[in-house]
Design a protein around this ligand. Structure first.
Ligand SMILES: [Zn+2]
Length: 304
């Protein structure tokens, strides 16, 4: 069994791509490493100016320089965007790689620009290494279906065919095990997402009701969410929230998540009894759980 936050009864999975710098790094030694991070002079000038202007804004509690413009640094032969943000709670300068990958430099309030720049210089090797390991976002749903042209609708694994049309809709061709997704061609990504939300709403509602009936538990409303932190959750009143991305999983894993949430209708925790219950319904739950963790990275950035 994996580590699970005991207070969460949803489907918690930890984003494993989040990396942190080593604790207690002494960036005052960074001058020994100057030159490893080749900031071009102009970009260095711009970056320093942005940081300095943020220092001033910071007085007025402006918190997120990164939301305006990133710093551009040259690491390992390419230009990397580094988004900076000031944090009241941060105790030290921190560099993290978020999904995307998006590089974020978190600075305690009042950090001097030169300290931030030294920290970046000091951590250029780390950044280069970490970015090499970070996955690239596959944020396009159209791109996703080009690679993986299938989805689960209720209990069926269907081939996906995408067409442009006058409106956003879908059609299941049961006999051929095909689902046709029709999107408008003005904003293909957004309109395809609208179709997928509908497919998810209809398919997951049917699946949840079908599976609940099969295992003999009662559920309330089924709502479809675009959470990026969990596959699903179950309230004490029996309402299920399911991540629309479940339809992108093969039926066994799709059902596994629903069964997990249904097991919470009996045990509102992750106790031994909860897992025993799940094992009765889904004897291969451990394998499904592991597979699901692997899929996390690929799927959670889609449609955001
Ligand atoms: Zn749970």
């Amino acid at each position: 069994m994996q580590d699970r936050p005991s207070t969460v009864h949803g489907f918690p999975l930890k984003p494993k791509f989040l990396m942190r710098t080593r604790q207690g790094d002494d960036f005052l030694n960074s001058w020994q490493l100057v030159g490893k991070l080749a900031l071009t002079p102009i970009l260095h000038y711009v970056a320093t100016r942005i940081l300095f202007s943020n220092m001033l804004n910071n007085q007025r509690k402006s918190n997120m320089l990164g939301s305006v413009k990133p710093l551009i640094v040259h690491v390992g032969g390419r230009d990397i965007e580094v988004w900076t943000k000031y944090s009241v709670r941060a105790l030290r300068v921190r560099l993290t790689i978020q999904p995307g990958p998006r590089v974020v430099l978190t600075l305690p309030e009042g950090t001097h620009a030169s300290t931030a720049m030294r920290f970046l210089q000091d951590h250029s090797d780390w950044l280069h290494h970490a970015l090499g390991k970070a996955r690239t976002t596959q944020s396009s749903v159209i791109g996703h279906f080009t690679k993986f042209p299938s989805l689960t609708f209720d209990h069926k694994w269907l081939s996906v065919e995408i067409r442009t049309a006058g409106r956003c809709t879908y059609k299941v061709k049961e006999a051929d095990d095909v689902i046709m997704l029709f999107h408008t061609d003005d904003h293909p990504e957004e309109s395809l997402m609208r179709v997928l939300r509908r497919v998810a709403q209809d398919g997951l509602e049917k699946a949840a009701q079908r599976i609940a009936k099969k295992v003999g538990v009662k559920i309330g409303d089924v709502s479809i969410r675009n959470q990026s932190t969990r596959w699903g959750s179950c309230s004490s009143s029996g309402s299920l929230s399911l991540n629309w991305r479940l339809i992108l999983l093969p039926p066994a894993m799709h059902d596994h998540v629903i069964l997990h949430e249904l097991a919470h209708r009996i045990h509102m925790n992750h106790s031994e009894r909860f897992w025993s219950q799940l094992e009765v319904w889904d004897p291969e739950w451990k394998r499904h759980d592991q597979e699901l963790t692997k899929k996390w990275n690929v799927l959670m950035d889609l449609g955001r």
